[in-house]
Design a protein around this ligand. Structure first.
Ligand code: PLP
Length: 456
């Protein structure tokens, strides 16, 4: 096969040989017409047909500093020439991961003690679950193993992380053998708290959690995992007082809190971490995506001293800690992360994300607040969503078979706007790179408004 290949051969090769994630396999193989992207800079992507797009999703909520940043590319190149790889098993080490770990500990939203590097949000959340199990074994509480997650939560697709994910589409067809993962209600105002005050809604959510803990027994539950603002489940922002109330339940029952900051971490909510915006005080924090702005697959589990001291004590019983990846502490990934963090700081991009977010929410309100098919407009910082409904007064969702949101996404893409249909409902999400301009946000909202009117 020659290289470069022409656009139609490329499309055929993709259809015939690439097994796409989160894709209807049969229809893609039969008649899929993938849009083949060839280059990108800032917030703009360009395809093999010469069409331009504003990427209003920053890839998959991850290209926070934007595409084509020379500083990150150069840091990765330099690192690859200097030391392309060094593992971290049995006390081997290299400089960049050590510097990055130190920087993450300094930045952490609550005091943290150690950083464990992985490759993706999914494997990092798997690591977190294993840390919780190990922690409770060392403490002599081997029954305390169940993990609570939330309906609509997204934590990844490895076996454990898919189990913690509360989206039925990620469980369909797999029969994940994970009965020790329990889901509680999501703070989704439209479907779970319609017509309730914040205080009433928080009381309902806390009650659901308390009942779950009572049913299972607190002595069987090790941790609860939560995204500060839930991303793929619908960009769900909890009501005032929610985390404070949940945290006090967890503390009372000796249940650890894992904050999944894979989307919220590194500025998405207009503060460096989602925990700061939401007032969460976790024992364990997961980060990925924005850590390198997706220039390299790198994740990290931050571990509090309370957990770390117990893990260390486990050495007497279990020997060397039996967990780690070939690519844990990858020096090129760490170099990419350091360069991305430098850009965030030098260009004040976290603050900018907050300001651009305010503009996005103003524009979404102006375009959709009175729209008869928009049931809710949600968001915080530079992340937002609109939820389309068949009836906004009842409220009533569209029949999923109508595929309203995916059709709108496709109509918006025809207008040069990349947004995303979320799996649990007819929500359209927006999570652009922090370098998006106000004028580009205006174009995104206009294009999506036209697409909604065309389809719905
Ligand atoms: N956690 C959250 C909150 C996510 O949004 C994602 C991915 O979207 C993950 C975990 C999984 O990350 P990855 O796709 O890198 O495995």
């Amino acid at each position: 096969i020659e290289n470069p290949v022409n656009a139609s051969l490329l499309s055929d090769l993709d259809r015939q040989h690439v097994f796409h994630p989160f894709t209807a396999l049969g229809s893609h193989e039969r008649d899929g017409a993938p849009i083949v992207m060839t280059h990108a800079e800032g917030v703009m992507m360009h395809d093999s047909q010469g069409r331009d797009y504003i990427d209003a999703m920053a890839g998959l909520w991850c290209v926070n500093v934007g595409y084509g940043r020379e500083e990150i590319a150069n840091a990765m190149r330099d690192q690859a020439m200097e030391l392309s790889y060094c593992h971290a098993f049995s006390s081997m080490a290299s400089d960049k991961p050590a510097i990055l770990a130190g920087r993450l500990i300094e930045m952490a939203p609550v005091p943290m003690s150690k950083v464990f590097f992985g490759n993706s949000g999914s494997d990092a959340n798997d690591t977190q679950a294993k840390l919780v199990w190990y922690y409770n074994n060392v403490r002599g509480k081997p029954a305390k193993k169940k993990i609570i997650a939330r309906q609509r939560g997204y934590h990844g697709v490895t076996v454990m992380s898919a189990g913690m994910t509360g989206l039925p589409g990620l469980h369909a067809g797999f029969d994940l053998p994970l009965s020790f993962i329990k889901h509680t209600m999501a703070p989704h105002r439209l479907w779970e708290g319609h017509g309730l005050s914040d205080a009433e809604f928080v009381a309902k959510l806390v009650d659901d959690l308390e009942q779950l803990i009572a049913r299972e027994g607190a002595d069987t539950i090790g941790a609860m995992i939560m995204e500060p603002v839930m991303g793929a489940g619908g960009v769900i922002v909890p009501p005032q007082g929610y985390y404070e109330a949940i945290q006090s339940v967890l503390d009372r029952h000796d249940i650890l809190l894992i904050a999944d900051e894979v989307i919220c971490g590194f500025g998405r909510l207009g503060s460096m971490f989602g925990c700061q915006a939401m007032g969460m005080k976790p024992d364990l924090i997961t980060v990925a995506k924005g850590l390198t702005s997706a220039y390299f697959p790198l994740s990290a589990c931050m571990v509090s001293d309370k957990v770390w001291q117990v893990l260390v004590a486990g050495g007497d019983r279990f020997g060397a800690f039996g967990h780690g990846y070939t690519y844990s502490s990858h020096p090129v990934g760490a170099a990419a992360a350091l360069a991305s963090l430098d850009l965030l700081e030098k260009e004040n991009l976290v603050e900018q994300a907050g300001r651009r977010g305010e503009h996005l929410h103003r524009r979404l309100q102006a375009a959709f607040a009175d729209h008869p098919l928009v049931g809710e407009i949600r968001g915080f910082g530079l992340i937002g969503a609109i939820e389309l409904v068949a009836d906004r007064d009842a409220p009533k969702a569209f029949d999923p078979a109508l595929k309203v949101a995916p059709r709108i996404v496709s109509a918006a893409r025809d207008r040069g706007i990349i947004s995303r249909a979320l799996p649990a409902s007819d929500s359209l999400a927006f999570s652009p790179p922090f370098v998006i301009t106000e004028a580009q946000i205006d174009r995104v909202v206009e294009g999506v408004r036209e697409a909604v009117d065309e389809v719905a």
